[in-house]
Design a protein around this ligand. Structure first.
Ligand SMILES: Nc1ncnc2c1ncn2[C@@H]1O[C@H](COP(=O)(O)OP(=O)(O)OP(=O)(O)O)[C@@H](O)[C@H]1O
Length: 346
């Protein structure tokens, strides 16, 4: 049984629907993410699960309990949902230990101590229970907030842009760390972010949202390599789209010649489609027979991302090994490595 299930969910404000017909489910222990541009409805969706936004139609289930539909709604405090927000909001006058203990005060003293000690160890803060929030770094405070939300063993944990107040290096590290912590505790969680890297670091599956609908809900690898729409393709990574015409079950005619896929394409011959090129499909290679002009380059440490222009004017992003520091305007060799062609509707 799914730990969290949204069925044909419609949400909105003042008679206006902002989330449309959303279906989504998370298995027990699964980590999901809502990823999308500002205003697409991510927070509205998350708030409806927490019990802060009413349901216009559709249903929200936690395990075998229907917690909300258009006619009834279990109060937020009775849902067994844990929350972690961007603003950490720890109680400044309580110690770390007492902050974490806050939601389990009705447990026995011994159980409280055991749970808090376990959580402190889980979030890597053993020995810091007596400190106060102002004596911790931003990242440590966020981990205390996480431990506090986890203490009562919520049925599902909701995280709304939990790292957005932190600097970029810490964000990347925390997304991974929090993932490991939640996996170790077997927690089911749904996080909201507009940061693709954070979503990829954190989640088992990512739901890409646009204008109140979920365009695709898949593991990161699949979103990147098998996006179902141009919007998803562009939102989860760099890429270029060229027009092409389907020739047969495995080949297309493109501005870069005839390309062959290692998988059946599933489109009718003669259909015109968009063909996706990721920079990692286009590799700079001094020995390649295909040539292009280097238009721009970005150094990324381990590699360069080149922009190359072919004779017919087509431009693509291209990966180059870190030590291939060619001059802008140089003629460079390029190898196309597109075994799996990604065709998108035009
Ligand atoms: N309390 C509210 N009253 C009226 N409209 C709202 C309210 N909250 C959000 N909206 C509208 O609903 C839509 C979705 O907003 P929501 O906050 O869910 O988006 P989001 O994807 O989380 O955006 P962001 O990444 O900027 O937080 C937007 O058009 C927003 O203006």
């Amino acid at each position: 049984m799914a730990a969290l299930q949204l069925k044909r969910l419609n949400l909105g404000y003042d008679g206006q629907t902002v989330v449309h017909q959303v279906d989504l489910s998370l298995a027990s222990g699964e980590l999901g993410c809502l990823l999308g541009p500002s205003g697409c409805g991510k927070s509205t969706l998350l708030r409806s699960i927490a019990g802060f936004t009413e349901v216009l139609s559709g249903e929200i289930w936690l395990g075998d309990e229907r917690i909300a539909d258009a006619h009834h709604s279990v109060p937020a405090q009775d849902r067994g949902v844990g929350l972690v927000f961007q603003d950490v909001a720890l109680f400044p006058h309580l110690s770390v230990f007492d902050n974490i203990r806050f939601g389990i005060e009705r447990w026995s003293r011994a159980d409280q101590r055991l749970r808090v000690d376990n959580l402190l160890a889980l979030v890597g803060l053993s020995g810091l229970g007596a400190r106060f929030p102002h004596e911790l770094s931003g990242g440590q405070q966020q981990r205390v907030a996480l431990a506090r939300a986890l203490a009562p063993r919520p049925r599902v944990l909701l995280l709304d842009e939990p790292f957005s107040g932190l600097d970029s290096e810490l964000r990347a590290r925390l997304a991974n760390e929090v993932r490991a912590i939640l996996k170790a505790d077997g927690v089911t969680a749904l996080m909201v972010t507009h940061d693709q890297k954070e979503a990829f670091d954190f989640a088992d599956r990512v739901a890409v949202m646009r204008d109140g609908i979920i365009e695709q809900f898949d593991p990161a690898y699949r979103l990147y390599h098998e996006p179902r729409s141009e919007f998803v393709a562009r939102f989860v990574g760099a890429g270029d789209v060229l027009p092409c015409t389907v020739i047969n079950t495995t080949q297309v005619d493109s501005p870069l010649g005839i390309l062959t896929s290692d998988q059946t394409l599933g489109y009718e011959p003669g259909q015109t489609m968009s063909l996706l090129f990721r920079p990692d499909d286009v590799i700079h290679d001094d020995d390649a027979t295909l040539h292009a002009t280097l238009v721009s380059k970005q150094f990324r440490g381990s590699h360069f991302v080149y922009r190359v222009r072919f004779e017919n004017g087509v431009e693509l992003g291209c990966l180059a090994p870190s030590h291939h520091d060619h001059e802008i305007g140089a003629d460079v060799g390029v190898r196309l490595e597109v075994e799996h062609l990604v065709l998108l509707p035009k």
